[in-house]
Design a binder for this molecule. Structure first.
Ligand code: DQA
Length: 144
């Protein structure tokens, strides 16, 4: 089964972001880890990244039209993009929000997610393993 994995702004630059917060993997390594974990759990992952809100909205429309399950790390858009929230709401297949860090243990502006309310669930704080846990949760959701 196909799985769309969407990564938001600045996640392509994990190589120069704070590794004590985001871990040691660069984006290419993260992408490969996601692809391998997805394959292990029966998914063909289409892993994408964009810094552009409109592009991410277009991908969510594509997932909605094609009834694809979605794992999304909206990055900073998590905290304020009502447009991404509304697009995520159009996805009727399961949608899981992930974060490398635990936003609730960080600055106050990260404590709000406008996406969580339209996600099946949120996983954060486990570094790259957040994606692996989300893939396992997705496999469970789809087998029920
Ligand atoms: C993030 C957390 C966000 O607050 C931040 O803006 C990011 C990454 C995470 O994966 O921990 O860019 O979504």
């Amino acid at each position: 089964m196909k799985l769309m994995v969407i990564n938001g702004p600045n996640l392509s630059r994990l190589d120069i972001r704070d590794s004590s917060i985001y871990g040691d993997l660069d984006y290419a390594e993260l992408k490969s880890m996601i692809t391998i974990a997805a394959t292990k759990h029966g998914f063909e992952a289409d892993v994408r990244q964009s810094d552009d809100e409109a592009t991410i909205i277009g991908w969510l429309h594509e997932a909605a039209d094609n009834k694809l399950p979605v794992i999304i790390n909206p990055a900073a858009f998590t905290h304020y993009s009502y447009a991404i929230r509304d697009a995520a709401e159009l996805v009727k297949s399961p949608l899981i929000e992930v974060h490398l860090s635990n936003p609730l243990s960080r600055e106050e502006f990260r404590h709000t997610s406008v996406i969580s309310g339209v996600a099946n669930g949120t996983i954060g704080g486990f570094g790259p393993n957040s994606y692996v846990l989300a893939i396992i949760a997705m496999a469970n959701l789809l087998s029920n």
